[in-house]
Design a protein around this ligand. Structure first.
Ligand code: MHF
Ligand code: KIV
Ligand code: MG
Length: 264
């Protein structure tokens, strides 16, 4: 397999090929996912919940993210490596520069930030300085205290319209990838069609350009949630590499997510 870049993912969208991505936090899983053919690995700040056992992602620090990014980097040959910018590490443009530099130097090839059009200036400034950006809309877990829980977002008409506008603004600002989390399927479809950049969904229906899962959910070993949108692929295979290969082929064939994994 050849090195996967943002250009590879854009080409996949243009050719209608589904993108499969998953989280990882260490070298062993990262190597296995890379060899299974995963298109991108996210070092998610979900590590606060699935590795550290916290009840939200808010306690995660840039040092935590950099440590796990270094671990993942050592296991990866071809897969695109994306690292989450943790809570309040990009509240100002200057903070974003420092945080993103640390994660890129730890081994990331792209960073991800949660938020709408308020991030436009930060995104364009990072891209100008050589840092590719993945945006994240919908259920953005760093805002769990504003939402009052991990709840589906964008159900009301005005909120859905706002999300479409935010997505277009983030693309215009220079974001090269977008994650949509926990939104109605129809909205996931509308945003994916409205954008040129690839859109990766988690609980955002089957019509996004790709999918992402927290690895612990795909393997049925999470200590906190088993969200409705995830599926235990290990149960159907009995082997971790085969489970990830099944995830990739089910996404590619349009069989995952199924009707039981989506919000209407
Ligand atoms: N194991 C795990 N998987 C994740 O996907 C995940 C984490 N942890 N931690 C960080 C965030 C938090 N996320 C979550 C957590 C819970 C729900 C959840 O319980 N959702 C309800 C929907 C509730 C509604 O209908 O509004 C569900 O039934 O799935 C969703 C996303 C996603 N991320
Ligand atoms: C669920 C994905 C998109 C994420 O942001 C994470 O793992 O932190
Ligand atoms: Mg995250």
């Amino acid at each position: 397999m050849a090195k996967i870049t943002t250009a590879t993912l854009l080409k996949m969208k243009q050719q209608g090929k589904k993108i499969s991505t998953i989280t990882a936090y260490d070298a062993s899983f990262a190597k296995l996912f890379d060899q299974a053919g995963i298109h991108a690995i996210l070092i998610g700040d979900s590590l606060g919940m699935v590795l550290q056992g916290q009840d939200s992602t808010l306690p995660v620090t840039v040092d935590d993210m950099a440590y796990h990014t270094q671990c993942v980097k050592r296991g990866v040959e071809d897969t695109l490596i994306i690292a989450d910018m943790p809570f309040m590490s990009y509240a100002t443009k200057e903070q974003a520069f420092t945080s993103a530099a640390q994660l890129m130097q730890a081994g990331a090839s792209m960073i991800k930030m949660e938020g709408g059009a308020w991030l436009n200036d930060t995104i364009s400034a990072l891209v100008e300085r050589g840092i590719p950006v993945c945006a994240h809309l919908g259920l953005t877990p760093q805002s769990v205290n504003v939402f009052g829980g991990f709840k589906v977002q964008g159900r009301e008409n005005d909120k859905a319209q706002q999300m479409i506008e935010d997505a277009k603004a983030l693309e215009t600002a220079g974001a090269q990838l977008l994650v949509l989390e926990c939104i109605p399927s129809a909205l996931g479809k509308a945003i994916s069609q409205a954008l040129t950049i690839p859109v990766i969904g988690i609980g955002a229906g089957k019509d996004t350009d790709g999918q992402i899962l927290v690895m612990h959910d795909a393997l049925g070993i999470a200590c906190n949630y088993m969200p409705k949108f995830s599926r235990n692929f290990l149960k159907d295979t009995g082997d971790i590499k085969a489970a990830v290969e099944l995830y990739i082929s089910e996404v590619s064939a349009g069989n995952f997510p199924g009707d039981e994994h989506i919000f209407n």
